[in-house]
Design a protein around this ligand. Structure first.
Ligand SMILES: Cc1cc2nc3c(=O)[nH]c(=O)nc-3n(C[C@H](O)[C@H](O)[C@H](O)COP(=O)(O)OP(=O)(O)OC[C@H]3O[C@@H](n4cnc5c(N)ncnc54)[C@H](O)[C@@H]3O)c2cc1C
Length: 211
């Protein structure tokens, strides 16, 4: 029985792109319809495989951003301009296109909504994707578990899901979100804690210096 479940997760299957959503200038969320999706836990990932016309294949892993439930999956891909796979996923793939994947994969870095212990989540860049699945799972399951997310990016324009995080953190006192910008601080941003840099002797002060 367990062997069948593992084999099921390792079976390649085709999903279809339902929609794409730009999260930042360089990151895009793919909303996928995956028939016969076996379900997943927050924190798991999938392997995505691209096949060229000449048969060449490239495979990469992407964390699942969406909460479990239904056959829809969301992946958020950060584009590396000199990368092989991420430029295709973020710039070429369109709604209606097929996408080959397998999963869910990973059993250790997961969060079950039944767990009562307070959760501290810390992420930088696209590392927030599996943690977003945990935040979303907490919401969809109405879990009362206290959760705190500390999320570091270079600046506000690079932060994934910032509107959604602001919205959910504003409604739920047990969910605390700290956005930390390492190269640019925005004092008006309630969620931004910034990062203090040593004062310069001369020259212009950055907004981070003033924080
Ligand atoms: C478990 C897991 C989950 C992940 N989840 C996400 C996610 O949610 N979102 C996300 O965006 N990414 C995620 N990743 C990263 C993702 O799998 C890819 O690594 C990423 O998208 C880059 O792939 P690419 O093909 O575009 O770049 P690649 O072609 O793999 O290149 C990556 C970098 O390495 C350099 N490089 C390539 N080959 C060489 C070489 N021979 N010598 C020196 N440098 C080289 C490239 O120039 C580039 O800068 C995850 C990875 C893992 C393992």
């Amino acid at each position: 029985m367990a062997r069948a479940a593992v084999l099921g997760r390792l079976t390649w299957r085709f999903g279809r792109v339902l929609a794409v959503r730009d999260e930042t200038p360089t990151a895009r969320t793919l909303v996928l319809d995956v028939p016969d999706w076996p379900g997943h836990l927050a924190g798991q990932h999938v392997d995505v495989r691209l096949t060229a016309e000449d048969g060449y294949q490239a495979q990469r892993s992407y964390s699942i951003a969406s909460a479990p439930g239904g056959g829809r999956l969301e992946l958020t891909v950060q584009r590396l301009d000199d990368g092989e796979v991420s430029p295709y996923l973020t710039q070429v793939l369109r709604p209606g296109d097929p996408l080959e994947l397998r999963g869910p994969i990973g059993g250790w870095f997961v969060w079950h909504p039944g767990e009562a212990s307070p959760v501290l989540l810390a992420a930088g860049g696209s590392g927030v994707v599996p943690l977003m699945a945990m935040v979303r799972t907490r919401l969809t399951s109405s879990s009362p578990t206290p959760m705190r997310l500390i999320y570091s990016t270079r600046g506000p324009d690079m932060a994934l899901y910032s509107d959604e995080l602001r919205s959910v953190a504003g409604r739920d006192p047990e969910l605390r979100v700290d956005l930390v910008y390492t190269r640019q601080a925005v004092r008006a941003d309630r969620l931004c804690r910034g990062r203090r840099r040593p004062a310069r002797r001369s020259g212009p002060r950055s907004t981070a210096d003033q924080d």
